[in-house]
Design a protein around this ligand. Structure first.
Ligand code: GFB
Length: 314
């Protein structure tokens, strides 16, 4: 089961979800390792199709899998597309984890989310708070699917000795984000909204909610670095949170984005839009003990994300 350190060198590595923001960051980071990257295009394998997934695993037999494929979105997407969020995420996790087990994958990393923790759990959220209270309603379907995925990995580890590990990233941002005006996460939404206001000369930008919720934001290339680090040195049934260990209110965060974009007008709040969970700060002490710390400051990361947005929206 657990071989620590786990040597990635020379291994075939499959990143499920390689076109998404997280998957593409993992691919960028893995290009610096001596590995053979395998990819499965969406047209080739729909990860919701169990036979297609099994066929692809039988043909390609990846030695290492990063399971970063997921249906994701911000608070409005989670709260509106509730059926899609639970179904797609349950079935993708089930198909990929089971196929990895059947086809002899040596090691798999499942990526969850900080929204798996109870809405009112004490902060910062330590890994042992899982399943100790009710979830935030706006993203309960997504969180339930992620909890099912991590429990599946944990159960296979326990019954079959599979070297499957689970990490829980905090709110992420960076290159390859989704800038949909309604369904994106807050970082992409605000980059786009402040940019549009600067470009059009608008004097006010509306931010959803009250501005009082607190969020922790991690630059996606830092997440990828943490995942590779843990893949090499970590093997246990215990979850590992991945974050910066610092959070900020949405109102303060809006000012960080406005400054990075160069918007100088007013900011107002629309409290008819949901706030979601009041706070979601991860306890990153387990990660720190494992020798990893985030490198990118929020200000730098947002500037880099804005540059990526400008390139991607050309
Ligand atoms: O990023 P976001 O949608 O994710 O929203 P969650 C974070 C906070 O930003 C909320 C506020 O308090 C929003 O009300 N916000 C302000 C905005 N303006 C905007 C805006 O224009 N767009 C968006 N989207 N938010 C998601 C979960 O929750 O976090 C997912 O729904 C996942 O399941 C993800 O776990 C990491 O942190 O509220």
């Amino acid at each position: 089961m657990a071989r620590i350190p786990f040597d990635l060198a020379g291994k075939t590595v499959y990143v499920a979800g390689h076109r998404g923001m997280v998957g593409s960051a993992l691919v960028r980071r893995l290009e610096r390792e001596n590995v053979e990257l395998l990819s499965a295009k969406r047209t080739e394998v729909d990860l919701r199709d169990q036979s297609a997934v099994n066929r692809w695993f039988a043909d390609n037999r990846p030695q290492v899998v990063f399971l970063a494929a997921a249906k994701v979105g911000g608070i409005a997407a989670n709260n509106t597309l509730r059926g899609e969020f639970i179904y797609d995420n349950l079935i993708v996790a089930t198909n990929v984890i089971h196929a990895a087990h059947v086809h002899g994958t040596e090691k798999l990393m499942f990526l969850g989310s900080s929204c798996i923790y109870p809405k009112h759990a004490p902060q910062p959220l330590s890994e042992d708070r899982l399943l100790t209270g009710p979830l935030e309603p706006t993203n309960e379907p997504y969180a339930i699917a992620k909890i099912a995925g991590l429990k599946l990995a944990e159960a296979y580890r326990s019954q079959y000795g599979s070297d499957f590990v689970c990490v829980m990233p905090t709110n992420l941002y960076g290159q390859g984000d989704n800038y949909h005006p309604e369904y994106s996460h807050v970082v992409a939404a605000l980059i786009r909204r402040f940019h549009d206001a600067k470009t059009s000369g608008a004097s006010n930008v509306v931010v959803w909610g009250t501005g009082t919720p607190r969020r922790e934001f991690l630059f996606v290339d830092d997440l990828a670095d943490a995942c590779i680090h843990l893949m090499k040195i970590y093997s246990s049934h215990e979850l590992v949170n991945i974050g910066t260990g610092e959070d900020i209110t949405i109102a303060e965060f809006a000012r960080v984005v406005a400054a990075a974009v160069g918007y100088i007008g007013d900011i107002s709040f629309d409290s008819s839009r949901p706030d979601g969970t009041p706070r979601k700060l991860l306890d990153v002490s387990r990660l720190a003990k494992l020798g990893w710390r985030a490198q990118t400051t929020l200000e730098d990361g947002i500037k880099r994300a804005y540059r990526a947005f400008l390139l991607e929206s050309k």
